[in-house]
Design a protein around this ligand. Structure first.
Ligand code: MSP
Length: 557
């Protein structure tokens, strides 16, 4: 393997970093007081920042929707949420993409970053900070962080020789590469992991003493289930059992000009991953929160960027004397017809094409219902339409239109429920009651563990239970026979279940749940997680005047 290093020491100032640490301590004192009142906790969730070399696709939106559902869930349970996303705009890959598009890099980044912002908005992503690595607040942070690493003796200048994969912006060890035959008969060396081309670099740059941090990284890993799912935790553990090679953290500016210069040495540009990972810290430094939000509660990431987040990122932080993230949630990738999405294959699915077909609600529901973090998912428009139709239009839609329809609910009200409402409905009533009592806690636990698909399954089981109950009670017959008490009880119990369903689904499909709760006349202040469980009340509520169709069925051949 061609890795060669020689050392030259460096020394720089640390005042910016010191101010950040002091801010953390000050905020911590404030937040400790706040915690004792039992009111709220800080929750800091992030998406990776997206490369601007290509337009948004559904894989990017998957990361964003997981983070968004998590953010929305934590708001509902009363936490103070900071939720960041944004764009990763430096590095060779972007420099080349801009050149290819025949645009000045700054303008090129403005344009594509704008596309991501729009895509996130159209997917109803409720971020609190959108960070771009070309912003001056970020450059300041990267500089001060570099200085602290240097001050603490983790940076040295040396010679770097090895393979580099520009598409992944990653250094690749020789045994992680292989030769492949191109269609034109020539041979090309590629990264075994990503199958993308690598090039040989031999140059002088700055290196980070990653090798010094193995024990600290192990300690972090042992501190709890910091990486989920477990498979990825074990993978990181095994990486730490192998040799940790010092990391090159700069490139000569002559080769890479589009980036942040090394402080005090403009002949070198900072490695794009060090630059990019620090976005999380820039956000924290500029947070509006009254509380200490460091360390991040969770970084949501795809499996391809696990090493950067589980080794490099915590190592940088530990070297600087800062706490590493509390957890990483690693998800699989979306494939299309069992193939990786790529421009060359021409199978990239744009989020907007899905939104045009099934709305943001349909896309979000599909991604969260079908996406299992531990494995890859296979995307299909047909399946997306089928699931949106069957759960949102039929399952929940029917439940709502049945109990809000004028024929069975002429007064357009939601009656309060009491234990006797369920009792008077016999066994179907007590079965639904026990389901209704169990479901919110299970959903809470699943959402908290980012098992959104399991939480949704529980909600849908409740919906099926309520539809089955309605069918068995035959309220149309009760009306005909004049059994008004039982009719009222049936309607009240079904409407209460629909209210709970709407409340529980808010993190997943916010606008759909909003329409559902509006229809049921639920005031905004009664939509937090405290209201996600069954509530006994004698109060009658007027239904909203909106139409009861929440999600029109979609035709797709
Ligand atoms: N810029 C880096 C991240 C830096 S974070 C400090 C990057 N950007 S990316 O645009 O390539 O990817 C952003 C996220 O999208 C990653 O979490 C990645 O795993 C995810 N996805 C990219 N393709 C994907 C799929 N096909 N399916 C699901 N997620 C995918 O990496």
């Amino acid at each position: 393997m061609g890795f060669l290093r020689t050392r030259f020491p460096l020394s720089l100032n640390i005042s910016f970093h010191a101010r950040f640490c002091e801010q953390i301590r000050r905020n911590y004192r404030k937040s400790s007081r706040y915690f004792s009142s039992g009111q709220t906790e800080p929750f800091f969730v992030t998406t990776p920042i997206f490369y601007v070399n290509a337009e948004p696709h559904i894989g990017h939106m998957y990361t964003a929707v997981i983070a968004d559902s998590s953010a929305r869930f934590h708001r509902l349970i009363g936490n103070s949420v900071t939720f960041s996303t944004g764009t990763d705009e430096h590095g060779l890959k972007i420099q080349q993409a801009a050149l290819h598009a025949n645009e000045e890099p700054g303008r090129f980044c403005d344009h594509v970053s704008g596309l991501f912002k729009t895509a996130l908005k159209n997917c109803e992503i409720s971020y609190t900070d959108y960070i771009r690595t070309t912003e001056s607040r970020h450059k300041e942070n990267v500089h001060s962080f570099w200085e602290i690493l240097s001050e603490k003796g983790y940076i040295y200048k040396g010679k770097y020789e090895g393979w580099y994969c520009t598409a992944d912006e990653a250094f690749v060890a020789e045994d992680q590469t292989m030769l492949v035959k191109l269609p034109n008969g020539q041979e090309q060396r590629v990264s075994t992991e990503s199958n993308r081309p690598v090039e040989w670099f031999s140059e002088e740059n700055y290196l980070f003493e990653l090798s010094k941090l193995r024990e600290k990284l192990r300690h972090w890993l042992k501190s709890g289930p910091v990486i989920r799912p477990l498979r990825h935790y074990n993978l990181v553990k095994s990486w730490l059992d192998q040799e940790l090679i010092d990391l090159s953290i700069s490139r000569p500016s002559a080769r890479l000009s589009w980036g942040i210069p090394v402080p005090g040495d403009s002949s070198q540009t900072i490695y794009v991953w060090l630059d990019a990972l620090l976005n999380y810290m820039t956000v924290a430094k500029h947070s509006q929160s009254e509380m200490n939000i460091w360390p991040p509660s969770v970084h949501v990431i795809g499996k391809d960027i696990l090493k950067f987040h589980s080794i490099y990122w915590p190592a940088f932080l530990l070297a600087a004397g800062l706490e590493p993230p509390k957890s990483l949630l690693v998800h699989g990738h979306w494939l299309v017809d069992d193939q990786k999405m790529s421009k060359t294959t021409g199978n990239v699915v744009s989020p907007q094409s899905c939104i045009n077909l099934v709305t943001a609600t349909g896309l979000r529901y599909f991604l969260m219902h079908e996406g299992v973090p531990a494995s890859d998912g296979n995307f299909s428009m047909k399946r997306m339409v089928r699931i949106a139709n069957s759960d949102l239009a039929d399952g929940i839609g029917n439940l709502v239109s049945r109990c809000c329809g004028k024929s069975l609910n002429p007064l357009q009200t939601r009656l309060g429920v009491s234990p006797s409402s369920f009792e008077s409905c016999g066994t179907p009533g007590s079965d639904l009651l026990s389901l209704l009592e169990r479901t919110p806690d299970i959903v809470h636990d699943e959402y908290q563990k980012w098992n959104f698909y399991k939480g949704i399954d529980q909600v849908m089981a409740l919906v099926r239970g309520a539809n089955g109950f309605f069918q068995t009670m035959e309220p149309w017959k009760l009306k005909k026979e004049g059994q008004l008490d039982q009719l009222n009880a049936t309607m009240a119990v079904t409407l209460e279940t629909a209210r709970v369903v709407g409340t529980l689904l808010q993190p997943i499909v916010p606008s759909y749940s909003g329409r559902l709760l509006d229809k049921l006349g639920v005031p905004q202040e009664n939509r937090s997680w405290d209201f996600a469980r069954l509530r006994w009340t004698t109060t009658e509520t007027a239904l909203g005047s909106q139409q009861a169709v929440l999600f029109p069925r979609i035709k797709f051949d």
